[in-house]
Design a protein around this ligand. Structure first.
Ligand code: ATP
Ligand code: MG
Length: 304
């Protein structure tokens, strides 16, 4: 199957508010697809519809070859889902949690102990297998929740901000597991606010105000969305000059990245004009995904 998910004009309205607005996209089997966008963009709502948890107001989707509206029970059996507020049984041990979820997902009894061992290994939690979940750190809990979500070996996995609230090291470890699953053929749809995670996705769907603004690989997004020369500028008090720089004719974008300014110039020849203006030598840089999102957000402002 070429596409694990094909969504057509999927829309969800709450009252008179449209949370997801005509989502049309195809997600390839085995890819890691990142959903990105500001708070309230509609990422969780889109995922809940694609999982069959929330009914669309209009539109439809084909999930793993099944019709979302007609075959949602079959679809649910073949997917794993970890929500933004995942739930573990805090007073059960790691193994007991896995065993509990094996029951919920109807893993055949004969296969359960082997499958639990597989998940302990996959989530790298074997050394704490008898610990009560409540005593684990957030990073360990998230890996256990992931093990629980994939204990039935789903071919499609939805992860809604699985790594919020954990250390960068834990996040990297978690994403390694996601990529291993993808390499073994699982299609993974993951929402995140972290750019380092977005960089590791095969493709990124950028949502804003319920609309799909862009959907492509990180490299293609940078190529297609950023036209011009990106430079980095280190000023003593960058905030004071931000607005002034934005009004310059050769400046397309100007935003803060840590203590540096990222400035998108119209063309490489504008570097000297920027240097004359600020008295500081700009450094040419490759655009980051964050720059892409700044540009996309501006594009949307212009539309509205
Ligand atoms: N059950 C609901 N009833 C009414 N409004 C809702 C409901 N669920 C979501 N919304 C609204 O829909 C919009 C999209 O919410 P959603 O949770 O999908 O955003 P999100 O992109 O996941 O945001 P975040 O990054 O904060 O998780 C928000 O404005 C939210 O308030
Ligand atoms: Mg959300």
């Amino acid at each position: 199957m070429e596409f694990a998910v094909i969504s057509r004009d999927l829309t969800r309205v709450f009252g008179n508010f449209t949370a997801v607005d005509g989502l049309t996209m195809s997600i390839r089997t085995g890819e890691v697809c990142g959903f990105l966008g500001p708070n309230g963009a509609g990422k969780s709502t889109a995922i809940r519809m694609l999982c069959g948890i929330l009914a669309p107001s209009s539109g439809n989707a084909t999930i793993l070859g099944y019709d979302l509206l007609r075959d949602s029970d079959t679809i649910k059996k073949n997917l794993g889902y970890m929500s933004q507020k995942f739930s573990l049984y805090e007073d059960l041990s790691v193994i007991e949690n896995l065993n509990f979820y094996a029951g919920i997902y109807s893993v055949p009894r004969r296969q359960r102990s082997a499958r639990i061992a597989e998940m302990l290994n996959l989530a790298d939690i074997a050394e704490r297998k008898d610990s009560v979940a409540a005593t684990l750190s957030v990073g360990w809990k998230q890996r256990l929740a992931l093990g629980c979500a994939v204990i039935s070996r789903p071919s499609l996995l939805f992860l809604d901000e699985p790594t919020s609230g954990v250390s960068p090291t834990s996040r990297r470890q978690f994403f390694n597991i996601i990529q291993n699953l993808s390499n073994l053929g699982t299609t993974v749809i993951v929402t995140t606010h972290f750019m380092d995670e977005a960089e590791r996705c095969d493709r990124i769907a950028f949502l804003s105000n319920g609309k799909l603004m862009a959907f492509d690989s990180p490299d293609n997004l940078k190529k297609d969305i950023i036209h011009g020369q990106m430079v980095e500028l280190e000023l003593l008090s960058p905030m004071d000059q931000l607005e002034h720089l934005k009004t310059q004719p050769f400046v397309q974008e100007c935003s803060m990245h840590g203590s540096f300014l990222h400035i998108l110039l119209k063309e490489p020849g504008d570097i000297s004009a920027l240097q004359d203006l600020t008295g500081v030598q700009p450094r040419p840089i490759k655009p980051t995904l964050e720059d892409v999102f700044v540009a996309l957000a501006r594009k949307e402002d212009e539309v509205i």
